[in-house]
Design a binder for this molecule. Structure first.
Ligand code: GDP
Ligand code: CO
Length: 408
């Protein structure tokens, strides 16, 4: 892979936000590449370095009622050395879609010769593990993990931690292009190679999203929800720096990866608000505006990379309600952040009223459920509770897993 280093970096407290990076070559050639040096604007990342990261990376695929053919395509795009973790919230009745997903993953693993983890979001063992570890905020009235993409991602992150993975990447299950999935994961790895910090995050900005307009393909660059979220996050940053900025281009990026060190130390927010909240929470914890609860990390730097993918992004189109929900949730997490100034709150409220997200008689926007950092969870307690499950056995048997996840 050959890509540019961020041309511009904005510093905010301990955080370094990198500007959008362009990819020049998906494959930079077999012998090419050396470790990045700050003096070279365009870097060829060596293959062996990418593979060294893949070996240490878990790819979490959240699934809810996606077509099997789509999931199979996504699986085929994940580089072999990565550990696949599927977290499904698909219904079991009237048809057991989860067991179909398990079957498909099993076949895939047999054919390619590797192991993967699959877990259902409503698995009572997972719920008990969170409960025994004292992480009860994730449980609903039935005592099971709440619905929601973020909640599935939290389960996946916990399993990745138990598997001892250093890097955690997310890819959606509804992607039509396996080649795009592969590209995102290469970009995650490239970002981590360029990064100088243990606490880093790579977010993908899609090159374009194809739509059919007047019976032709039109490649749209920025969706309206994404533009709105980016604009609000940029205003939030500008409020404190005093300089208008466009640095955030990936406010709603579902495709992103984090070092485990960062993933375990930030808080999470429910459903689709998770992606903008990552930025908001990093600003809260490490932006230097509020006192940091993690002064040790504050002494280091937190690096955020934004890489523009070459493949267009084509996924199952969400309906208007879904798009509204994403927009509303992004507005909610920014609005309720303790660092959100009154001027931006007023702006969000006016927009929320206009869009009918709040009624005229309602003063406040709803709050999204919030989950504290997973670092508080005792891994031994958690592992004990899932010991009898297939994924728990695989995780406990480190000798087997280490061997099976070896690069071939
Ligand atoms: P969008 O791409 O951001 O518009 O959102 P999608 O509806 O495509 O969801 C993104 C990914 O999360 C897809 O792979 C979904 O199948 C998955 N997903 C959505 N809701 C849930 C959920 O409640 N639990 C889990 N585990 N995954 C979910
Ligand atoms: Co989607």
């Amino acid at each position: 892979m050959r890509l540019e280093l961020p041309k511009n970096v904005e510093r905010f407290g301990a955080i370094r936000f990198g500007d959008l990076q362009k990819v020049f070559e998906l494959d930079a050639g077999p012998g090419n590449g050396s470790m990045p040096s700050a003096t070279q604007a365009i870097q060829a990342i060596p293959h062996r370095e990418l593979y060294a990261i893949f070996k240490n990376m878990a790819i979490i695929i959240p699934v809810r009622s996606e077509r099997l053919k789509l999931i199979e395509g996504v699986l085929s795009g994940v580089p072999h050395p990565c550990l696949i973790i599927v977290v499904s919230n698909s219904p079991i009745l009237p048809i057991d879609r989860f067991s179909m997903e398990q079957d498909a993953l099993n076949d895939f693993c047999n054919f390619v010769g590797k192991s993967a983890l699959i877990v259902h979001q409503k698995d009572p063992n997972i719920a008990r593990a969170f409960e025994k570890a004292g992480y009860t905020g994730i449980l609903d009235e039935q005592g099971l993990v709440y619905d929601g993409k973020a909640e599935g991602m939290l389960i996946g992150t916990m399993l990745a931690r138990l598997a001892g993975k250093k890097y955690i990447g997310f890819v959606d299950a509804d992607n039509y292009f396996p080649g795009a999935v592969e590209e995102y994961i290469r970009e995650y790895a490239a970002g981590f190679i360029i990064s100088q910090s243990k606490y880093s995050m790579v977010r993908i900005a899609w090159h374009s999203k194809p739509k059919i307009a007047e019976s032709k393909l039109f490649f749209r660059k920025w969706g309206r929800t994404t533009s709105n979220t980016n604009q609000l996050l940029n205003k939030l940053i500008a409020h404190y720096t005093g300089y208008e900025t466009e640095i955030i281009k990936t406010g709603n990026a579902g495709e992103h990866a984090l070092t485990a060190d960062l993933a375990l130390n930030i808080d999470y927010s429910a459903g689709y608000s998770i992606e903008p909240y990552h930025i908001v929470n990093i600003l809260e914890k490490f932006g230097g505006i509020l006192e940091s609860p993690l002064p040790d990390i504050m002494m280091k730097s937190i690096e955020i990379y934004q890489i523009e993918s070459r493949n267009p992004h084509l996924h199952e189109a969400g309906d208007q309600t879904h798009i509204d929900e994403m927009r509303r949730e992004a507005m909610q997490v920014i609005y309720h952040s303790p660092i959100c100034p009154d001027s931006i709150k007023r702006e969000i409220k006016t927009d929320a009223l206009k869009r009918g997200f709040i009624g005229t008689n309602k003063i406040e926007l709803d709050r999204c459920r919030n989950f504290p950092a997973l670092s508080s969870i005792d891994t031994e307690i958690f592992l004990q509770e899932i010991a009898s499950t297939p994924y728990g056995r695989l995780l406990a048997d480190r000798s087997v897993t280490r061997q099976e996840w070896r690069i071939v």
